[in-house]
Design a protein around this ligand. Structure first.
Ligand SMILES: [Zn+2]
Ligand SMILES: [Zn+2]
Length: 146
């Protein structure tokens, strides 16, 4: 039986059920993530989109990443909770913000990226893999940046 995760924004207008394990869970300290995460990192679980059932309206903001890819940040237009991240280079999988997922669950970051842009006070788990910037280009199209 596959894993099942549920998600809910702060106001409850957006909910989700995800019937899969994530491909990875990663923490991102890039400046764009700091903007949406109140100065800290985002924590992101990559799931295949086919495993996600989302109810409610999501608003999207987009920017062009250093890679040239278009990154879209999805959030609840009512309460502002960040829900999803999409990347034009990764069509079949989206990241889900860990804060959107309801607990309890065992998910936590296995790696941290963009340490080059992290603030001096950032406390990063010494037991996880870290990257100064984006990890090397992926071998699979579903393993790219957040
Ligand atoms: Zn909401
Ligand atoms: Zn980021």
């Amino acid at each position: 039986m596959p894993a099942s995760y549920t998600g809910r924004c702060n106001c409850g207008a957006v909910t989700a059920v995800i019937d899969a394990e994530p491909l990875w869970v990663r923490q991102c300290w890039c400046r764009q993530c700091q903007k949406i995460a109140a100065g800290s990192a985002t924590n992101n679980a990559l799931f295949m989109t086919e495993a996600m059932t989302i109810a409610g309206e999501i608003a999207w903001a987009s920017y062009t990443a250093d890679s040239g890819n278009t990154v879209e940040q999805g959030f609840c237009p009512n309460c502002g909770t960040h829900i999803l991240g999409r990347n034009s280079a990764r069509q079949r999988a989206n990241v889900v913000r860990l804060g959107f997922l309801e607990g309890p669950h065992e998910l936590g970051p296995q790696s941290a990226i963009w340490l080059e842009e992290a603030p001096a006070w950032a406390a990063i788990n010494p037991e996880i893999e870290t990257f100064l910037r984006q990890p090397a280009p992926p071998q699979r199209p579903d393993r790219t940046e957040n």
